[in-house]
Structures are given as structure tokens and as C-alpha cells.
Design a protein around this ligand. Sequence first.
Ligand SMILES: *[C@@H]1O[C@H](CO)[C@@H](O)[C@H](O)[C@H]1NC(C)=O
Ligand SMILES: *[C@@H]1O[C@H](CO)[C@@H](O)[C@H](O)[C@H]1NC(C)=O
Ligand SMILES: *[C@@H]1O[C@H](CO)[C@@H](O)[C@H](O)[C@H]1NC(C)=O
Ligand SMILES: *[C@@H]1O[C@H](CO)[C@@H](O)[C@H](O)[C@H]1NC(C)=O
Ligand SMILES: *[C@@H]1O[C@H](CO)[C@@H](O)[C@H](O)[C@H]1NC(C)=O
Length: 355
Amino acid sequence: MTVSWISWPTLFHICILLCANGVVPKQFQLEPLNSTVLQGTDALFRATVDGNWSAITWTVGQNLVYVVTHTTVNETKGQYSSRFCSRGDTSCVEFIIHNVSRSQSGPVICYVLGEYGSKTAHLYVQENGTVSIMGGDVTVTQDQQVEFECVTTTWFPAPTVSWKRNGQVVNSSLYNTTIMMDGDSFNSTSVLKFQAVSNTTVECQATVTALLDPQSSSVFLVVVPKPPDWTVLIAVVVSFGAFALLVLLIIGIIFCYKRRKEKQPSYQDEMRRVRTQSQISGANTAGQSQGQVNRGYVPEGRTSWISTSVTPSELTDNGDSGYKIPDVVKSNQTGNAYNTVDDSGFKKHRHVTIV
Ligand SMILES: *[C@@H]1O[C@H](CO)[C@@H](O)[C@H](O)[C@H]1NC(C)=O
Ligand SMILES: *[C@@H]1O[C@H](CO)[C@@H](O)[C@H](O)[C@H]1NC(C)=O
Ligand SMILES: *[C@@H]1O[C@H](CO)[C@@H](O)[C@H](O)[C@H]1NC(C)=O
Ligand SMILES: *[C@@H]1O[C@H](CO)[C@@H](O)[C@H](O)[C@H]1NC(C)=O
Ligand SMILES: *[C@@H]1O[C@H](CO)[C@@H](O)[C@H](O)[C@H]1NC(C)=O
């Protein structure tokens, strides 16, 4: 309440002074006080006046370009025009700059005649230029490092450049943007680098504050699978082949060794038996006590074990699961046949040629 005691007399004093002189400060509002628009679009300012006004002037840059009176409202003068904010409400007036240009950037002064004074707004005109990813679509092999270059020209101010991959914003650590002044506008070059993993839509966006939607350029990155590494493949094939050969060689050696060990003694045994038999039936050998090695001998188990003097057609099945050789002694006087009984118990005819 202490404040009231002090303030009330003060307010009363001010009121007496103002009322006596008839000076009530007249008010008006100008909005917006800052307007950022794109070159070629419209800029609009609104003056809202308390009470009656006779004229409102508009100065763009250094030039008084438009005077609004109750009779000139709604008129178009060059690239400027005015209108009431709403029909029938004369307290609010709109001033429009059509097809605004960069040169019109700067203060916009509104002056309301009749004790209202002036207010100043600021017009900022921006310019949107071009955006383009150089080189178009790219085809690379998987895991290859790819580089995209996005060039923007004739922007004002310098645009904010960003990248997207498949619609996802790219971390700014993956690209570098260099800005170049070109007269009264800016060019820029942004380089994006990353490792190609899969097919990707790469988009470069450039924007300034007055642009509602960024301007963009897109290309497609086609990733083809890595070709197989032939050196590795060849190395694998060669080593496997060598290994297989080695194994075959070892198996072969073992097989041959085993056969030799098995067959050599059996042949000698046979020779010994033959010799023994030939001594027993010495009459037939006619003094020849020594049997000789049969050069035509073929180890058992081979189909050609029958000597050349017997053809397969001469063989007859004796029904004893063995073959009986025709009596060679009778048909061939130069040779002698001996009957032997082998381990399996089958009676077989052996043909030994004595020279
Ligand atoms: C806009 O202004 C520019 C010059 O600033 C002019 O070349 C162009 O023709 C104008 N466009 C329209 C639609 O008036
Ligand atoms: C961008 O990458 C850096 C390191 O590469 C990381 O520290 C940072 O968190 C990332 N930012 C975003 C938004 O992912
Ligand atoms: C950006 O430039 C800096 C310095 O020139 C460099 O270290 C960095 O690797 C560059 N990054 C890209 C993605 O080019
Ligand atoms: C900016 O881009 C334009 C159009 O491509 C080109 O003519 C000009 O030389 C560039 N300026 C600079 C400084 O790079
Ligand atoms: C990428 O797209 C191409 C055709 O556009 C297709 O042949 C290829 O298989 C795709 N690659 C992957 C990794 O999806």
C-alpha cells in the first residue's frame, strides 16, 4: 500500500499536465519488424493505428515509394500496393512489395501523419540458386570408398548444405563444405565420402531461412557385389589338388609294396613245388631236372593267367566252380601239363612250358 500512496499523486499530476495540453501520445504498430523473404516473392508489412489517421507513408531504402490515404488505398503503384487488413476496418493497413529484389534489402520506414511518428522494419531478401550433385548416378563395388560432390551456385546468403542417404540425415563428420564468394552471392562445394555398402539414394540439400523446403539434388548409388578373389580360389584349388595327388601316390606305393610282398614268395613256392614234382616224375622230363622260369607267368587273379596256347573258348565249365583246361599234353606235344591243387582246394591245370 506504500507504493500506492507514492504513485497515485504522481499519476494524477501527469494526467493533469497531459489533459491540460491536450497531448495524448498516439500509438501505432508496425509488423513484422524483421521480414526475410526470397527474391521474386512478396514482402508484406502491416500498420495498425489507434484512432484516426490521414496518411501513411512508406520508404524503402532511401526512397519514399508509397503514400496511403483513404482514397489511394487498394491502388498499385509499380511493384507496390496497399489495402485494408480487413474490409471496413480502416485502422489496419497492409503495404506490399511485389517481386522483391535483393537491392530492396534494408530498412522499411512507416510514417503515420498526425502525431504518430515513424517506425522502422528490416527487410532481408535472400536468393536461392542451384543445387547439383556432379557426375550423376554412380556404380561401385562393395566396400569401395565413394565420393560425391555437391555444387551450389548463386545463393544469398551462403546456403546450409546437408546430405541424406536413403532419406536419413548424414552425420556432418562425413562431409566438408567449402563456400566461395561470387560477386554478391555465394557458391559452395560439399564433398561427401563414405564406404559403399548397399544401393543408396544420395541427396544433397541446400537451404536458406526464407526457403520453406530445401532445394535438393539426388543421385543413385548402385553397389555391385565384390568379384571373387581368384588368387585365393586358385591357391585353394591348387593346394587341394596337390594334397589329393600326394594321398593317391602314398596309397599307390603302399598298394604296390603289399602286392610285391604277397606275390613274390608265392611264385617262388610254386616254382619249388613244380621242381619237386618234376623230379618225382623224372621220366617225362627226360633228364631235364631243372625247371625254368615261365616267362609267360601271370600272377593269379588276372584273367590272362591261362597261357597263350589256351583260348577262353577252349575252357569248359566243369560245374565245380572252376575251369578245366583241355588236355594240353595231348593236343600240344611240345609242352607238358602238370596238375596241381592249390590252397583253396580247387583242382586247376597249370601249364608250364619246358624249353
Ligand atoms: C521481377 O523483377 C525482376 C527484376 O527485379 C524482373 O526481371 C521480373 O520480370 C519481375 N517479375 C515479375 C513477375 O514481375
Ligand atoms: C557423428 O559422428 C561423430 C564421430 O564420427 C560422433 O561423435 C557423433 O556423435 C555423430 N553425431 C551424430 C548426430 O550421430
Ligand atoms: C574435411 O576436411 C578436413 C580438413 O581439411 C579433413 O581432415 C577431413 O578428412 C575432411 N573430411 C571429409 C569428409 O572430406
Ligand atoms: C560460381 O558459380 C558460377 C556458376 O557455375 C561460376 O560461373 C562462377 O565462376 C563461380 N564462382 C566461384 C567464385 O567459384
Ligand atoms: C542394386 O541395384 C541393382 C539394380 O538397380 C541390382 O542389380 C543390384 O543387385 C542391387 N544391389 C544390391 C546390393 O541390392
